[in-house]
Design a protein around this ligand. Structure first.
Ligand code: KIV
Ligand code: ZN
Length: 391
C-alpha cells in the first residue's frame, strides 16, 4: 500500500526560539537549518523577519544555504511585515510567507477591537498581498482551537480565495482535546469551499500535554502537514515534538501516513538543538531523552537482555541511539549485573555471580547508579575475585 506523505514543517527556529533564554544568533540558525535540511524536513520556518534586524539577517542567511526544504518567514497580517519577509526570503530556492491573524472571539475583541467581518477582510487582504511576492503562502488562523468551526471555515474560504496554499489551524493555547481537534480538522476538510486547492496544517501547543496527540488526530482526520519543533520546545509548555509525531507515524504503519524524515538523524539533531539553545530534554522525554532506551528494573533488564523487543517498541538505532542501556541500580537483578560485568571484561559463573551480586547490592544501596568503574571495584573486592576469568 502506498502511503500518503505528511509534510513536516519545522518551527524550531521560530516558535522554538521564542523560549526565554533560547535565542539563536545567525550562525547558530544556519548550523541548525543545515541539520534540519539534512534530517529531511519539508519546511523550515526560519524566523519572524520584522521582529528584529538580527532575525531578518538570520532569515536571509538561512534562505541562502538551505538546499532542499522550503524556507518560511512569519508575519502578522500587516503589509510592512509581509514586505520585510518577502525581502528576507528573496534568495530562498523555495520561499513561503506565513501570514495570519487571530480569529477567536477573545482575540477579535481584546487584541484587535474589531468585528468578525473586519478580520475576514484583513485575512483575505494579507494573503493577496503576500501572493504578490511569492507563490507559496500559508495562512494561520491564530487561536483556531477556540474559534467556532463555522466562522473558522469562512476565514479559511477567504484565505483560499486569495490564493493560500496551506491553512494552518493552530491550537495556539493548547486547549483542545484530541477528539475535538480531530473533529475541527474533519469539519474544515468537509465544509470549506475550495479546500482541494490547499492543505490543512496542524500547529498544536502543549499546555495540557496534548500537542502530539492532537497533531496525530489532525492528520488522521485529513490534515497533511504537522508543525513541530525538535524536543517539543516552544512558547510556554512548548509545541508538538517532531521526533514524536514522526516515530508515531512510523510505528503505526497501518495509518498509511508517512514522512520524509531520516529517523536515524533524530537523536543527533536533538542534541545539536539542545547544545545551541542551552536546554536539554528531560531524561524521560520520548524518543530522545537519556532514559528513552534505558532499562533499570531487574524484570525489564532480564527481558531486554533475552530479547530486546520484550520492553522496547523502537530499535534505538532507528533514531540514531547506538544501543539500549542497562542501568545498574539497587533494583537491578543478576542478569543485568552479569551483562554489564561482561561488557567491562569479566565472565562470571553462576556461583561467582551470587557472591558478586551480594557485594553489588550493598554498594548499590549506598549509590544511586553504578558506573563501570564501580563494577571493577565491586568485583575486585569480592572474595571470588581470584577465580574470575576475563570475558
Ligand atoms: O501558536 C500559534 O498560533 C502560532 C502562530 C503564529 C502560527 O505560533
Ligand atoms: Zn505557535
Amino acid at each position: 500500500m502506498s502511503k500518503e506523505q505528511i509534510q513536516i514543517f519545522d518551527t524550531t527556529l521560530r516558535d522554538g526560539e521564542q523560549v526565554p533564554g533560547c535565542k539563536l544568533n545567525t550562525e547558530q540558525k544556519v548550523i541548525l537549518a543545515k541539520k534540519l535540511d539534512h534530517l529531511g524536513v519539508d519546511v523550515i520556518e526560519a524566523g519572524f523577519p520584522i521582529s528584529s534586524p538580527g532575525d531578518f539577517k538570520s532569515v536571509v542567511a538561512v534562505s541562502s544555504i538551505v538546499e532542499n526544504a522550503t524556507v518560511c518567514g512569519l508575519t502578522r497580517a500587516v503589509e510592512r511585515d509581509i514586505e520585510v519577509a518577502a525581502d528576507a526570503l528573496r534568495t530562498a530556492k523555495k520561499p513561503r510567507i506565513h501570514t495570519g491573524i487571530g480569529t477567536s472571539d477573545s482575540h477579535i475583541k481584546h487584541k484587535f477591537n474589531a468585528t468578525r467581518e473586519e478580520i475576514l477582510e484583513r485575512a483575505h487582504a494579507a494573503v493577496k498581498y503576500a501572493k504578490s511576492f511569492v507563490e507559496d503562502v500559508e495562512f494561520y488562523v491564530e487561536d483556531a482551537g477556540r474559534t467556532d468551526n463555522e466562522y473558522l471555515a469562512r476565514v479559511c474560504e477567504a484565505a483560499i480565495k486569495a490564493g493560500a496554499t496551506v491553512l494552518n489551524i493552530p491550537d495556539t493555547t493548547g486547549y483542545c482535546l484530541p477528539s475535538e481537534y480531530g473533529a475541527k480538522i474533519k469539519y474544515l476538510y468537509e465544509n470549506v469551499e475550495g479546500i482541494d486547492k490547499a492543505i490543512l496544517s496542524c500547529h498544536c501547543h502543549n499546555d495540557l500535554g496534548l500537542a502530539t496527540a492532537n497533531s496525530i488526530e489532525g492528520v488522521i482526520n485529513g490534515a497533511r502537514q504537522i508543525e513541530c519543533t525538535i524536543n517539543g520546545i516552544g512558547e510556554r509548555a512548548g509545541n508538538t515534538a517532531l521526533e514524536e509525531v514522526v516515530m508515531i507515524l512510523k510505528q503505526h504503519a497501518y495509518l498509511g501516513l508517512d514522512t520524509g524524515i531520516h529517523t536515524e538523524e533524530l537523536y543527533s539533531t536533538s542534541q545539536l538543538v539542545s547544545k545551541h539553545m542551552g536546554i536539554y530534554a528531560q531524561p524521560n522525554k520520548a524518543i530522545v531523552g537519556s532514559n528513552a532506551f534505558a532499562h533499570s528494573s531487574g524484570i525489564h533488564q532480564d527481558g531486554v537482555i533475552k530479547h530486546r523487543e520484550t520492553y522496547e517498541i523502537i530499535d534505538p538505532k532507528e533514531v540514531g541511539v547506538t544501543e539500549s542501556a542497562i542501568v545498574l541500580t539497587a533494583r537491578s537483578g543478576r542478569a543485568a549485573l552479569a551483562y554489564r560485568a561482561k561488557k567491562v571484561g569479566y565472565e562470571l559463573t553462576k556461583l561467582q555471580l551470587d557472591e558478586v551480586y551480594a557485594n553489588f547490592l550493598a554498594f548499590a544501596d549506598r549509590k544511586k547508579e553504578i558506573e563501570d568503574k564501580d563494577i571493577h571495584e565491586i568485583i575486585e573486592t569480592s572474595e571470588v575475585y581470584q577465580q574470575i576469568t576475563s570475558a
